[in-house]
Design a protein around this ligand. Structure first.
Ligand SMILES: NC(=O)c1ccc[n+]([C@@H]2O[C@H](COP(=O)([O-])OP(=O)(O)OC[C@H]3O[C@@H](n4cnc5c(N)ncnc54)[C@H](O)[C@@H]3O)[C@@H](O)[C@H]2O)c1
Ligand SMILES: O=C(O)C(=O)C[C@]1(C(=O)O)C=C[C@@H](O)C=C1
Length: 388
């Protein structure tokens, strides 16, 4: 089936998808598409990565598939630096397929692809780019490799679709049908689809993805020589801020290098704020010092209210109630069961472990108006409840 003549809306079609690069993201996409009824083919330069992806059910290794099985969609899920060359190779090798990539930055990859078409005896032509759409699922983990993959990784998360546009002329190169298929794939994986041009995408992710990674890494790097006695006191504040500090350095070298300009612009502003804070804290009780500190925290308050809530809905504040549970199987289910019986909807749930104690803390986010009622009812049922 040529997807440029078959839009996803016509009949429900399940194109055969080849995933090139079967690490965390590629394998997660494979698992999700298999669950949605697609035939998935897998290929990775690492024989181990592709074997693990196949073993955990993400698809069939390309070389083992029947010779006549040609992919209708290719998803390049390779490291950012390898992505442009892999997209070009897929466009040439599968001349009817729609080719998507999922790399974390978009403008540099498109520029490289355009550059590849300019060579007179290049295998890749400008027309081939009508079958290419850049995309970026805003979902991931701080782990890499197929073993960390999850088919439901993309559920309710944003997925950015960046149709290829020639920056020199503004001409859209991606065919509308190819864009439709890119969006459809994101939706079939449970994501919420957003369209954006590559440059605006890169500026946006510099702020909402690359800055947080840098902040987490910088904070966590302060811990390297911290005394064990200090680390033993770590509460949720530190965990909240440092989770992504465990991310793969190899991947982030590539992401930050290919989006350096927009990231640097943000870091200039951050540097200014840091310098102001440092000089204020050098004499915190000097005139104006207290107001300066309060302003910094208040500016953070105002920023955090702008982070969208779940399902990409407008930000909403939920009230949090923490239930202390024994660290043994079945406790979370028992908590949720009782909450359901009380009739309160859980908007979000988080589990934390208390350092040094055999207890867990189940944090339930609920509508503010229902919190006290839930806390009373849970206490009555024998749970230890903490309001924060
Ligand atoms: N990790 C995240 O949170 C996240 C989220 C969104 C998008 N992405 C993007 O997804 C892509 C893959 O990231 P990941 O986290 O799955 O990394 P990963 O390290 O888990 O997997 C990358 C895989 O690509 C393979 N590979 C290496 N060179 C290749 C090549 N030339 N062609 C094909 N495959 C090749 C590796 O063997 C490995 O299996 C990256 O471009 C990344 O920017 C990552
Ligand atoms: O949740 C995480 O672990 C992530 O780091 C995911 C995250 C993000 O910043 O949201 C990181 C980089 C990717 O390009 C996309 C998603």
């Amino acid at each position: 089936m040529n997807l440029l003549t078959a839009t996803p809306a016509s009949v429900r079609q399940t194109p055969t998808v080849l995933i090139r690069g079967t690490g965390l993201l590629g394998t997660s996409i494979g698992l999700g598409l298999r669950a949605d009824g697609h035939q998935v083919l897998l290929s990775d330069p690492s024989a181990t990565a592709q074997a693990i992806a196949a073993d955990i059910g993400a698809g069939t290794i390309l070389e083992r598939a029947a010779a006549e099985t040609a992919p209708e969609i290719v998803v390049v899920a390779a490291p950012p630096e390898a992505t442009a060359a892999e997209v070009a190779a897929a466009l040439v090798r599968f001349p009817e397929a729609v080719v998507l990539d999922i790399a974390s930055t978009k403008a540099e990859i498109l520029a490289t692809l355009l550059h590849l078409t300019q060579d007179d005896d290049a295998a890749l032509t400008r027309t081939d780019l009508s079958r290419y759409v850049g995309t970026h699922p805003m979902a991931g983990r701080e782990k890499s490799g197929p073993v960390a993959a999850r088919g439901e990784l993309f559920t309710s998360m944003p997925w950015v679709i960046c149709p290829a546009v020639d920056p020199a002329t503004g001409e859209q190169l991606s065919a509308p049908q190819a864009v439709e298929w890119a969006e459809e794939l994101g939706r079939r994986l449970g994501a919420t689809v957003h369209q954006m041009d590559p440059v605006r995408h890169d500026e946006s992710v510099a702020l909402i993805s690359h800055l947080p990674q840098i902040a987490a890494s910088l904070v966590a790097s302060r811990l390297q020589d911290a005394p064990v006695s200090a680390l033993a006191l770590a509460g949720n504040g530190l965990r909240d801020v440092t989770r992504i500090a465990a991310s793969d350095p190899g991947l982030w070298v590539q992401i930050l290098s290919s989006n350096a300009r927009p990231v640097v612009e943000i870091l200039y502003g951050l540097r200014q704020d840091m310098e102001r804070l440092i000089s204020t804290l050098e004499a915190p009780r000097a005139p104006g010092g207290q107001a300066d500190i309060a302003q910094l925290i208040a500016e953070g308050n105002s920023g955090v209210t702008r982070v969208p809530g779940k399902h990409g809905a407008p930000p909403q504040s939920f009230a949090v109630l923490t239930v202390i549970v024994d660290d043994k199987p079945g406790q979370i289910a028992a908590v949720l069961n009782d909450v359901a019986t009380i009739g309160v909807n859980v908007e979000d749930l988080r589990m934390e472990h208390s350092a040094g104690h055999q207890v867990g803390m189940v944090e339930l986010s609920v509508l503010p108006g229902r919190r006290d009622e839930l806390a009373d009812a849970m206490t009555e049922l024998g749970w230890k409840v903490v309001l924060s």
